[in-house]
Design a protein around this ligand. Sequence first.
Ligand SMILES: [Zn+2]
Ligand SMILES: [Zn+2]
Length: 311
Amino acid sequence: MQALVFTRPGVVELQDIDEPSVKAGEAVVDVAACGICGSELHGISQPGFRQPPLVMGHEFAGTTADGRRVAVNPLTGCGQCSLCHSGQERICPGRAIVGIHRAGGFAPRVVVPERSLHDLPAHLSWEAGAMVEPLANGVHAWGLAGAPKSSRVGVIGAGTIGLVCLLAAQRGGADEIAVADLSERRLEVAGGLGADVTSPALEGEFDVIFDAVGLPATHQASVDRLRPGGIAVWLGLMSPDAGFDATALVRQEKRVTGSFAYTDDEFSTAVQMAGEVDLGWADSFPLNEGAQVFMSLMHGRDDVTKALLRP
Ligand SMILES: [Zn+2]
Ligand SMILES: [Zn+2]
């Protein structure tokens, strides 16, 4: 079968690969749509977390051999440690992610653990099915923020992860949501989804700030713009530099937490949410155009917020 393969630093290409083999407890999924994640765009220029050769793709939906329409929770824990036993597989030291530690969804077929399958409602489009994984990240981040109703929420970065934080905060009853991004086009998308304020940088004070970029400057803004006692939830991975004033954390009891992935329950919540929110901002492309789409997104193309590949 023809799959999109990360072959060497900075390169993804279409290649003929063997059909995946299935072990006990696993299922084959015929992939209908698989999203390109921002983490993959910079992951291929700096291999580390992902090692070539690899079929990436951890945001996908499709059909099993017995006809179930499913989205796949790509993350599994070791199942043995205390984190796994307390439902925190996402931060298990032995966690494995489909599309990172094993072949993923940029292929016509992918093999996944059976327990990772989540049934999709019959009416849900494949595009929305592939958006369940990013939505689950928003659900989790909102939970980490304490899901505060009637709050002022700031979102830095109007890419997919910023937008799913916006959608999760809206759904959770936030009072006012401001979204900051340097791209006009992305701010338009955020405005279209109902952000109350869109601007190049956050202004004013917030109870919660999501940093969906992860640069030193956005880390700093996410702390500076918090009210005393507020919480910054970091999801972006662009730089390892913290870059913020640590004394403000002490003197004003501000908090910063990282947010990685989601629980399986939050993934289920995201399945439900996928049928309720506007996901019309995702664009589909055939898998055989995947290499060009990857390259253009890596080079800063911003007319596409979320690209989905359809094998
Ligand atoms: Zn992702
Ligand atoms: Zn574990």
